[in-house]
Write a protein that binds this ligand. Structure first.
Ligand SMILES: [Zn+2]
Length: 94
């Protein structure tokens, strides 16, 4: 059965998603670096710049990882438990 919710779920976990979607109830924004590090990211600085309609893909090069990478993959997830060990270390750069 084709249903729109699976299409939406797919869009929300790819670069097609818009930053503003991260503010939906029970949603959170996460960054994943190629080094394997991942971190919850606070979208508010970007929202304050009026970027809520930007796609996540367009924002990925605004992230910096402690490994030196200048981009990280962004995705919106449902509300997650507190990050486990090894999380963190990815920050908004601008
Ligand atoms: Zn990294």
């Amino acid at each position: 059965m084709a249903d729109g919710s699976s299409a939406l779920a797919r869009a929300m976990t790819t670069g097609e998603a818009r930053l503003g979607w991260a503010t939906a109830p029970r949603s959170s924004l996460w960054a994943q670096c190629a080094c394997g590090r991942e971190a919850a990211v606070d979208p508010r600085p970007w929202l304050g710049q009026g970027l809520s309609r930007q796609s996540l893909f367009e924002l990925e090069d605004r992230l910096r990882c402690v490994c030196g990478a200048r981009r990280a993959r962004l995705e919106i997830r449902g509300l997650s438990p507190a990050p486990g060990q090894g999380a963190g270390g990815i920050h908004l750069f601008r």
